[in-house]
Every structure is written in structure tokens, then in C-alpha cells.
Design a protein around this ligand. Structure first.
Ligand code: FES
Length: 269
């Protein structure tokens, strides 16, 4: 496919128009551009905010700051992993230490690659629309060859999803210190479900659980896992967007409650 579209392709047929599409092909790349930009702007502001990420009364930890691994973390926000990193310089926040993992996972995701290649790099912006650049070299050379580390980011993303699951578990914390459920607990759990659905639908996950087998019939457990990963994989684009906004919404909710802009709606205790 790459060879056909790339350097070895035959010259384009002599068509005067830049392309022959008459539909509104630019709508999808434009919406993608805006959606990703919204997330990037939120993330940029949030990682430099360096405050309002822990609600001690209900044990809510904002996903952008989880796990909180530095001695700069506010009291109570570091859990079973402790604080292996020292006090950070004033320009750094604990979010910068951990966001490299989910950030790298999403940046190298096959779906996100397609989306930002199209909407930001215009390479190409849509099917049957010419590339915005003169040359196409694909992902076979520096720097894009590094996109192939995606599989390793997948392993790390599973750890991050496990930590977020732990965070959602401790969010069953009542006002009097016992068991309790608030709107924040529900939001954190919805986010965890979306994060798992996105993570386990990864193409690498599908290959890890079901790849390199000659006979599925001899590996029924792996076949079952592969079937489940394939179902999620078929909706990977959808889960990529839903989980991106769910993590932003969960983070923003904890931010607002922690900074006393909102009071957590308590459902039980
Ligand atoms: Fe999207 Fe792996 S392909 S997360």
C-alpha cells in the first residue's frame, strides 16, 4: 500500500483539478482538528496548573495527576506507589511525570496517527485529496519510524488504566470516613470503563492476545480474548474520542470540586 502511494507510484493522471471530490470532505478533518486542539489546550493548562487535583474529603484524584509520584504532591494524593520522585522545581508539576505514558500511548495510536496526519499535517487531508506536501515518506524513516514503539506504550497504558481503576475504587469514600458514593465516584468509574474500552481495543492488544497462532482451536482462551479485543477494536475510533473526553470531564470535575467551585453531589453518605 505504502509503495503504491509513495515514491514508487506512477505519475498522476493528467487532471486539471486538484481533486474531483464534490462533497464536504473537509468537515471531518476540521472537526478532528478542533476536537484534538480542545484536548491539547485543556491538557496544557491543566499540567501547568499544579493544584486542585485531590479532594481529600472523598478521595477523588484527578486523572491527569494520577499516579502522583513526587514529593511535591499534596498530602493524601500519593497512594500505593509512594513518592519515588523528589521535590520538583517550581515550573514542573507532578502531572508532567506521568502524562508521558498516556500521552505517548495516544500519540502513537493507529487511529490518532490517522487523525492528526490528516487534520494537522494534511498528509493527505482526506481520501482522493492530494497530500499537502510534495513528498511522502511514510513512517519508514526518522522521526516517524518511532511510531512503532506503540506496542510498548500499550503495556504502560495497561498499568495506567489499572491505577485509574484503583483511584476509582478509593473514591467510594463517605463524608464520615466510611463507605460513600458521590457524583465524582460515578464520573471516575465511567471514565475508567471508557479508558479500558479504548485500551483493550488497541491493535497491539489484539495482536498480543491473538497473534502468531496457527490454530485458534488449540487456544480457546486466547481466541476468546482476541474476539473481545476485536469487538472493541471495531469501535476503536469511537472509544478514542469518548475516552478522551471522559478523562477530560473526570479531571475537570475533580478540579472544580477541589477548588470549591462545585460541591460534590452526594448520592450516599
Ligand atoms: Fe489505538 Fe493502540 S491502536 S491505542
Amino acid at each position: 500500500m505504502t509503495a503504491t502511494l509513495g515514491r514508487q507510484s506512477r505519475p498522476r493522471a493528467a487532471i486539471a483539478e486538484r481533486h474531483l471530490r464534490t462533497d464536504r470532505w473537509w468537515v471531518t478533518p476540521l472537526l478532528t482538528f478542533l476536537g484534538l486542539a480542545a484536548f491539547l489546550i485543556y491538557g496544557f493548562v491543566r499540567i501547568f496548573w499544579d493544584a486542585d487535583y485531590w479532594v481529600d474529603a472523598h478521595h477523588y484524584l484527578a486523572p491527569f495527576y494520577s499516579p502522583c509520584l513526587s514529593q511535591s504532591c499534596v498530602e493524601g494524593s500519593s497512594h500505593f506507589l509512594g513518592q519515588p520522585f523528589p521535590q520538583l522545581p517550581s515550573w514542573m508539576s507532578p502531572a508532567m511525570i506521568v502524562l508521558i505514558l498516556p500521552g505517548g500511548f495516544r500519540a502513537t495510536c493507529y487511529y490518532y496517527r490517522k487523525s492528526y496526519y490528516r487534520s494537522y499535517w494534511l498528509s493527505p487531508p482526506a481520501c482522493a485529496v492530494p497530500d499537502g506536501h510534495k513528498r511522502y515518506t511514510g513512517e519508514t524513516r526518522f522521526p516517524l519510524i518511532f511510531q512503532n514503539v506503540h506496542r510498548y506504550f500499550f503495556y504502560l497504558a495497561v498499568l495506567v488504566a489499572a491505577v485509574l481503576t484503583y483511584d476509582a475504587s478509593i473514591a467510594f469514600h463517605g463524608t464520615d470516613g466510611g463507605f460513600g458514593i458521590g457524583l465524582g465516584t460515578v464520573i471516575l468509574w465511567i471514565n475508567v470503563v471508557c479508558i479500558w474500552a479504548y485500551t483493550l481495543g488497541c491493535h497491539s492488544c489484539r495482536n498480543i492476545v491473538g497473534g502468531r497462532l496457527t490454530h485458534f482451536s488449540k487456544h480457546p482462551v486466547r481466541y476468546r480474548l482476541w474476539t473481545m479485543a476485536s469487538r472493541l477494536n471495531a469501535r476503536h475510533q469511537m472509544w478514542a474520542w469518548i475516552s478522551m473526553f471522559s478523562v477530560m470531564a473526570a479531571d475537570a470535575y475533580v478540579w472544580l470540586v477541589s477548588s470549591d467551585v462545585l460541591t460534590d453531589l452526594r448520592i450516599f453518605n
